[in-house]
Every structure is written in C-alpha cells, then in structure tokens.
Design a protein around this ligand. Structure first.
Ligand code: ATR
Length: 274
C-alpha cells in the first residue's frame, strides 16, 4: 500500500481555518490516501517547513495569513501570478523543486463571475491591505476595472501596496490610496479587513449617503452576513460574501496537487456552514 500523503495549511493563527474540512472531503471522495491538517507556525519555522516539502515528508501545503509573502524566499520557483502579487498560498513539489502558486486570484475571479456583476471600467474601493488584498488587486486589474482605491487603517501598508503595483505596471497606474474613514465615490466596495469576523464588529463608515445599485463584497464568509453586508443590503445594493472565493481557491489547490478537478456540491457548501 502507498504511504499516506500528508498535506497541511500553515498560518498564525490557524484554528479558524476550514481548509481541512474541504480538502479531507475531496481526498476521501476521490479515494486518495491522504490527510490534510492545519498547523500554527512561527516565522522562524518557515524555512524548515519548506524543506519538509522538498524531502517529501509533506506532500503539499497551503499558506495563509501572515505568511503568504514571508514564505517566498524559501521557495524555488514562482508562477507569474505569485510573482505578480508577491503572494503564495499553495506549494507543490515538481521535479524536486518547490513551486509557489497563488490560487486566491482564481478563487476571487470565479466567485465574481458567478455574481454576474460586470467589473469592467468600475471604480473599486478596497478596505484593508492584508494577506488577500494583493490577489484581489491582481484579479481586478485582469477584469479591467478603471480605478482601485485602497483604504487601510495603517495607511503605510496601503501605500506600500500601491508602490508595489506601480513598479509592476509602470505604464499605467490605476491605484490610489485614500484615508481610512473616508468614503469616496465607488461602484464596488470590498471589505478585506478582519472587521466582522466577530459578529458585533462594525466598520466605522456611514454608507447611508451613497446611491443605490452598488456592489458590496466581503471576503469574510463566517459569519455569513457581516454588518458591512447587512448595511449594503439594507440600502438596496447587491452583496456577496467570501464563501465561493474560499471554496474555489481551495479547489484550485486540490487540482494543482492531485491533477483532479474536485466536485463542488451542496455537501461542500454545508461543510462551511458551521
Ligand atoms: P495581515 O494584516 O496580518 O495580513 P489580515 O487578516 O489579512 O492580516 O489583515 C487584516 C486587515 O484588517 C488589515 O488591513 C488590518 O488593518 P491594519 O493594517 O491597520 O492592521 C485590518 N484591520 C484589522 N482590525 C481592524 C480594525 N479594528 N479597524 C480597521 N481595520 C482593521
């Protein structure tokens, strides 16, 4: 019998991660002799962790906050998407080399496609500058948005992101930074902060004066409807939470490791409603 393959998601904190639920479901469903677990690591553990992938002790890994960028110096090769975002969330060993992928981008793109909201030429305000924002910016650029406004409590982080993309796309820079707490005119607003993970948390923003017909997107999917999405909905706007993005990024990682496109069905949906 083949040795059991071990997969891991690493981050800090990691307890909240529901990746094991999805991945173990798909492993079983596809009769793969593997197990997917979660582990909290410190920054100093990253180098050894990647070596364990290289030595095949670990068959593949997902990387989550706050290590998506920090893991990069220890990986042999990056895909254009990882390179373009300075962000890796999936590692595969290919012909003895560790390869860093970014599946958050495709996860966001697929989720947005299903909403039927057309992002072409739209003005997008992103709240937050954490782990997943580089991937959202990359996807938005690929979708052809007109303007991306970044707003983060720690303004410097938003400035750094803007500068990073300016360097990458020197011909055209569609990113600007706005002060935290400001609400400029937008078509789409994305909450990529962690505000709302706890049910009673609210962003200190007054949406009552904005016109209807906007699109409110929250990266958070648990709780299903954050106060941010509730406010958007009450004011007559389209809303979407981060559940599909989470499922699609995970499915893409599975496809990269196992060369099988996993099934996304009602059971998968339920696994995340806990
Ligand atoms: P990381 O910043 O380690 O990548 P993250 O969960 O991806 O972690 O990002 C958290 C995001 O939520 C950050 O943009 C953070 O803002 P700071 O950069 O200023 O820390 C934002 N955030 C967290 N708590 C917040 C709060 N109470 N008000 C506003 N923004 C908050």
């Amino acid at each position: 019998m083949n040795k059991i393959k071990k997969f891991l998601v690493i981050g800090n904190p990691i307890n909240h991660s529901l990746s094991p639920e999805l991945q173990n479901y798909w492993l079983k469903k596809n009769n793969i002799n593997g197990i997917y677990d979660k582990q909290r690591l410190e920054f100093d553990d990253l180098k050894d962790f990647v070596l364990k992938i290289k030595s095949k002790e670990i068959a593949g890994a997902n990387i989550t906050v706050p290590f998506k960028k920090e893991i990069i110096p220890f990986i042999d090769k990056l895909t254009p998407e990882s390179e373009g975002t300075d962000s890796v969330n999936t590692i595969l060993l290919n012909k003895g080399e560790t390869v860093g992928y970014n599946t958050d981008i495709i996860g966001f793109e697929k989720a947005i496609k299903e909403t039927n909201y057309n992002f072409v030429k739209k003005k997008v305000l992103i709240l937050g500058a954490g782990g997943v924002v580089p991937s959202i910016i990359f996807a938005l650029q690929r979708m052809g948005v007109k303007h991306i406004m970044l707003s983060n409590r720690t303004k410097l982080k938003a400035e750094e992101l803007k500068d990073y993309y300016k360097k990458k796309n020197s011909n055209e820079n569609i990113i600007t930074v706005v002060d935290w707490g400001e609400l400029p005119n937008f078509d789409v607003i994305i909450n990529a902060t962690s505000v709302g993970l706890k049910r009673d948390q609210t962003l200190n923003l007054d949406f009552s004066k904005i016109e209807k017909g906007k699109f409110f997107y929250d990266v958070i999917y648990n709780p299903k409807e954050t106060n941010f999405l509730k406010a958007g909905k009450q004011l007559g706007n389209q809303t979407e939470n981060g559940k599909k993005m989470f499922i699609y990024q995970s499915a893409e990682s599975f496809r990269i490791w196992h060369k099988i496109k996993p099934e996304i069905n009602e059971e998968i949906n339920k696994l995340l409603d806990q």
